[in-house]
Design a protein around this ligand. Structure first.
Ligand SMILES: Nc1ncnc2c1ncn2[C@@H]1O[C@H](COP(=O)(O)OP(=O)(O)O)[C@@H](O)[C@H]1O
Ligand SMILES: [Mg+2]
Length: 139
């Protein structure tokens, strides 16, 4: 998960949305940690499950990032109050529990779903939007 996050980081740009689907403990935050570490963050990124939005800025990371965990939100209305779209102008957005946004998830989002298998292994499925098709082949 850490190595995969790093591979995403190598292709990520400002305005991208990385939407991480999967149950509790699936590995969403771990992917985000790998991504943030590859962008230069020193030390372990905290889970944003209580802060909801954890922003990072240059120079601690190579490009600004908003790491968001929507788990504790009740629905799309509360999510709208976070004005997450504002981050897209100048940041990379990493979203855990993106289903909380309902239909409001941006269509250019790279959607990654982690399933936990019975033996503890994880299966990762990527939904690759047009914005990522060329870059996906580099990952
Ligand atoms: N591929 C994996 N295989 C086994 N354990 C994993 C894997 N990815 C993450 N973990 C572990 O599972 C736990 C929960 O991971 P975390 O990334 O916090 O999940 P989430 O954010 O999806 O709730 C952590 O202890 C993490 O080290
Ligand atoms: Mg998490």
């Amino acid at each position: 998960m850490l190595a995969f996050g790093a591979r995403i980081a190598a292709q990520a740009r400002i305005g991208d949305v990385i939407a991480l689907y999967g149950g509790l403990g699936a590995g969403k935050t771990t992917i985000a940690r790998g991504l943030l570490a590859a962008l230069g963050l020193e030390g372990e990124a905290p889970s944003p499950s209580f802060a909801i939005v954890q922003p990072y800025d240059v120079p601690e990371v190579r490009l600004p990032v908003a790491h968001v965990d929507l788990y504790r939100l009740d629905g799309a209305e509360e999510a709208a109050e976070l004005a997450l779209g504002d981050y897209l102008a100048d940041s990379l957005l990493i979203l855990e529990w993106p289903a909380r946004l309902g239909d409001a998830l941006w269509p250019h989002s790279l959607r990654l779903t982690i399933e936990m298998l019975e033996d503890g292994a994880r299966r990762l499925t990527a939904d690759v939007p047009d914005a990522w098709t060329e870059r996906w082949s580099q990952i």
